[in-house]
Design a protein around this ligand. Structure first.
Ligand SMILES: [Zn+2]
Length: 292
């Protein structure tokens, strides 16, 4: 999970921008009465994000009374903010282009903007910039319109949660040797998991585990591994020829350390540490893995 520190316009500024053109006088009058509730909703939401208390926000207090007004709020996003040639589109583009890689998984390319709390349940947050996050298609697809029921069920918010102060992403390299002793047919697997540090509040660890599960990050990272190990295997042959198992281990740890920049909790660091911890891999297993 990547922490972002964007400078975003306020909810009032965006609301006014969205209704600044391509709108009838009657519609402008109807929408303008919701400006103040939208601004207050964004303020309450931001405070809750900072306190990891989104589960305490009652959806009923984030929606207008009438269904027509709810539709107006959602349409404000779908058309007036996301629609091409509409006045709020530059804000949508600005958020979508905050960075190329998805901050929720760190792997996928950003394709769209996601409502951290869904606009269907919290219509007054439909165009609040603090509730809009750049994401990849996969993360947006799996998240759906879930809302947190407890502190532990809050996925990490890229603008408010920075969990890079400690290591929590780990991996282990597992081998399954066949019963017949055929060393050439060993199955292997890299398993990624969350290992929250002891110094953390247990609820933060639980939130990261929840985030990890919601976005299927173990599978996402495992899908990256095969190509990496193919290339790595051939390179390690040279290292092994020079200094054997311990040189291979030292090389892997060196790469793991290099990969801690800019973020220490990334799948590459976890992978290389896991490989370095495997005597089987460092002793020549890397050739079988690369060939497999
Ligand atoms: Zn993603």
């Amino acid at each position: 999970m990547q922490h972002l520190t964007p400078t975003l316009p306020g909810a009032r500024e965006v609301f006014r921008l969205c209704v600044s053109s391509k709108i009838s006088t009657a519609k402008l009058a109807a929408l303008s009465q919701h400006e103040e509730p939208v601004v207050q909703a964004a303020d309450r939401y931001e405070q809750a994000c900072r306190a990891a208390a989104l589960h305490k926000l009652d959806p009923k207090s984030f929606r207008p009374d009438s269904d027509d007004a709810v539709d107006d709020m959602i349409d404000m996003y779908n058309r007036r903010m996301r629609g091409l040639e509409h006045p709020g589109r530059p804000i949508y583009e600005r958020i979508k282009n905050l960075q190329p890689k998805c901050p929720l998984c760190g792997i996928g390319r950003v394709r769209q903007v996601d409502h951290h709390l869904p606009k269907s349940r919290y219509p007054y947050l439909a165009v609040a910039p603090v509730n809009l996050v750049p994401v990849c298609g996969d993360c947006n697809f799996v998240k759906l319109d879930q809302i947190p029921a407890s502190k532990e069920e809050q996925t990490l918010h890229p603008y408010f949660d920075n969990v890079e102060d400690e290591r929590w992403l780990r991996a282990e390299f597992l081998i399954h040797k066949p019963d017949n002793g055929d060393a050439g047919t060993v199955d292997w697997q890299v398993r990624f998991f969350v290992d929250p540090p002891d110094v953390w509040d247990p609820q933060l660890g639980a939130r990261i585990i929840h985030h990890f599960n919601v976005f299927h990050l173990a599978e996402v990272y495992e899908a990256q591994v095969a190509d990496e190990l193919d290339t790595l295997g051939f390179m390690l042959e040279t290292v092994f020829d020079g200094g054997g198992c311990e040189d291979v281990r030292a090389h892997l740890l060196d790469v793991a350390h290099q990969r801690t920049r800019p973020r220490q909790n990334n799948w590459m660091t976890a992978l290389y540490e896991a490989l370095a911890a495997s005597d089987w891999y460092c002793s020549g297993g890397f050739t079988l893995v690369a060939a497999g």
